[in-house]
Design a protein around this ligand. Structure first.
Ligand SMILES: [Mg+2]
Length: 245
C-alpha cells in the first residue's frame, strides 16, 4: 500500500517488524495458553498441555501458518488428542471464541513507538515486514493508528532469506542498503544478514519457543542490540556519522 504523502524515494528504506516490535502480541498468546491449560485440566497437567500444544504447532506450522487462526486450530487438535476425543463441542466453541477475541483485540503499542517512528520517518522510508494471516496483520496495522507513517506494508508467510529477497526486489531495494529492525533474531535478523543486509535487534520480554534461533548461527552473526525502538534512530545517526555501533 503506497502513501503518496510519505517520504521521497531517495531516502533509504528501513524495515520494521510489527508484532512485539511495534505492539504487544506474544502476551496475548500467553494469556490464552493459560486458559487452554485450565480447559485441559481434566486430562493433562499444565506442563503436558504446554508441550503438547507446542508440538502440535511445530508439526503444523507449514499447514496452519503463523497467527491466530493457526493457533486456534492447534489448540483444537491438541484438545482432541489430550482428551482422546472426549472434549465437548462447547469447549471447542470456547477455543474458537478466544481466537475471535484475539483477532478483535485493541492494538497496544509498545512504549515510545509513535515518537520513534516519527523520528525514523524523517530519515527513512519505513517498510513494515510482518508474517502471519493477511487480514489479521493488516487489521492490526489499521487499528494501530500508525498506518500513515509507513511507506509500505508487506505480509509474508515466512520470514526467511527468500521472502526478504523477494520483498526487497519487489520494491527495488538493494539488500546492502537495507536495515531491518525487529524483536526476533530468527526472523528479523539472521535472514537479513544472510542476504547481505544489516539488522538491529530490539528484544521483547517474551519470545515464542518457535522463534528461538539456532545458537550456532547467532554466535556467528554480528548485529547490534538496543533496548527500545527509540534507540534505533540514535544508532543509525551514529552509523551515518561513521562512529562505531
Ligand atoms: Mg516480532
Amino acid at each position: 500500500m503506497a502513501n503518496p504523502e510519505l517520504p521521497p524515494d531517495d531516502l533509504p528504506v528501513l524495515g520494521l517488524d510489527a508484532d512485539d516490535t511495534l505492539w504487544e502480541n506474544e502476551a496475548r498468546f500467553h494469556e490464552v495458553e493459560g486458559r487452554f491449560r485450565d480447559l485441559m485440566e481434566p486430562w493433562a497437567d499444565g506442563t503436558t498441555t504446554d508441550s503438547a500444544l507446542l508440538a502440535t504447532e511445530r508439526a503444523n506450522i507449514a499447514r496452519h501458518g503463523y497467527g491466530v487462526k493457526g493457533f486456534v486450530l492447534s489448540m483444537i487438535v491438541t484438545a482432541v488428542e489430550l482428551s482422546e476425543g472426549r472434549v465437548e463441542g462447547r469447549w471447542i466453541g470456547d477455543i474458537v471464541s478466544w481466537g475471535h477475541e484475539m483477532l478483535d483485540h485493541p492494538v497496544q503499542l509498545l512504549d515510545g513507538v509513535t515518537d520513534a517512528l516519527d523520528r525514523l520517518g524523517t530519515t527513512h522510508r519505513l517498510l513494515v515486514i510482518t508474517k502471519g494471516d493477511l487480514n489479521d496483520q493488516m487489521g492490526k496495522v489499521s487499528r494501530s493508528g500508525l498506518a500513515d507513517r509507513f511507506w509500505r506494508v508487506e505480509v509474508v508467510a515466512e520470514k526467511d532469506e527468500a521472502s526478504y529477497a523477494a520483498v526487497l526486489d519487489r520494491h527495488g531495494v538493494e539488500p546492502s542498503a537495507f536495515v531491518m529492525v525487529g524483536n526476533s533474531v530468527k526472523s528479523d535478523v539472521l535472514p537479513v544478514l544472510g542476504i547481505g543486509g544489516r539488522a538491529i535487534h530490539v528484544p521483547h520480554t517474551t519470545t515464542w519457543a518457535l522463534e528461538e534461533p539456532d545458537p550456532v548461527a547467532v554466535a556467528a552473526a554480528e548485529f547490534p542490540t538496543v533496548d527500545r525502538l527509540a534507540d534505533v534512530a540514535d544508532l543509525l545517526v551514529a552509523r551515518s556519522a561513521g562512529r562505531p555501533s
